[in-house]
Write a protein that binds this ligand. Structure first.
Ligand code: NI
Length: 191
C-alpha cells in the first residue's frame, strides 16, 4: 500500500468533519478504521487498502452531514491521490454498503463492504455507542428518553446483524454493556 495514502485520508476527514460534534466526527471514522483493521486480521483474502480507505472515508458523503451526490467527497480525495479508477469504484461500493437505514436486512456483496459495515456498527455499541447516541440526540433536539428509544429501535439489534465472526466476538461485551446501561437507566427513571 502507498504509505502516504492513509495519513492523507486521515487529514482529509479531519478537514471534512471540522466543527462536527454530533457522533459523526473524525474520531468516529478513526475508530471505524481501527475496528476494520482488527476484523481484517481474521479475514485474509480481502483487499486491505480498500477496507482501510473505505473505513476512513465511509462518512465523507453521509447524507446527514453533506449534500454531495455519488460519493463526491470520497471520489475527489481518491482522484487527487491518483488511486486507480477501478479501485475508487470498489472503495465507493464498500462505503455505500455501510449505511444502516439504506441497507436494512441487506448483506453487502463484497467482503470489503461486510468488514467496513461491521466496523461501523461496532462503534454504535458499548460506551462509545451510548455517548454518540446522546451527542447526536442532543444535537437534534431529542430528550434523553427519546435517545434511549433509539437503543431499542437500532442499537440492540445490531449484534445479530453483523457479518463477520471477529465482529460478533468484539460486539459481545459492548452489547452487554448497553443492556446494563438500559437496565440502570430504566431503574433510575422509575424511582
Ligand atoms: Ni459511521
Amino acid at each position: 500500500m502507498n504509505d502516504t495514502l492513509i495519513p492523507a485520508a486521515i487529514a482529509c476527514i479531519q478537514d471534512l468533519f471540522r466543527g462536527n460534534s454530533g457522533g459523526h466526527d473524525a474520531a468516529h471514522s478513526l475508530r471505524v478504521y481501527r475496528n476494520a483493521l482488527r476484523i481484517l486480521e481474521e479475514e485474509p483474502g480481502c483487499d486491505t487498502e480498500i477496507v482501510a480507505l473505505a473505513a476512513l472515508l465511509h462518512d465523507a458523503d453521509d447524507h446527514k452531514l453533506f449534500r454531495t451526490k455519488g460519493n463526491a467527497n470520497a471520489r475527489s480525495f481518491l482522484t487527487a491521490q491518483q488511486v486507480a479508477p477501478e479501485k475508487i469504484e470498489r472503495i465507493c461500493e464498500a462505503i455505500n454498503a455501510v449505511s444502516f437505514s439504506r441497507n436494512r436486512g441487506k448483506r453487502p456483496q463484497t467482503l470489503e463492504g461486510r468488514i467496513v459495515q461491521d466496523a461501523d456498527r461496532l462503534d454504535a455499541l458499548g460506551a462509545i455507542g451510548i455517548a454518540r447516541t446522546f451527542a447526536y440526540g442532543g444535537e437534534h433536539g431529542r430528550s434523553p428518553d427519546e435517545s434511549v428509544a433509539h437503543f431499542h429501535e437500532k442499537l440492540l439489534l445490531l449484534k445479530d446483524e453483523l457479518n463477520t465472526e471477529a465482529a460478533r466476538r468484539l460486539a459481545e461485551p459492548r452489547h452487554a454493556f448497553l443492556e446494563r446501561f438500559l437496565e440502570e437507566y430504566e431503574k433510575e427513571s422509575g424511582e
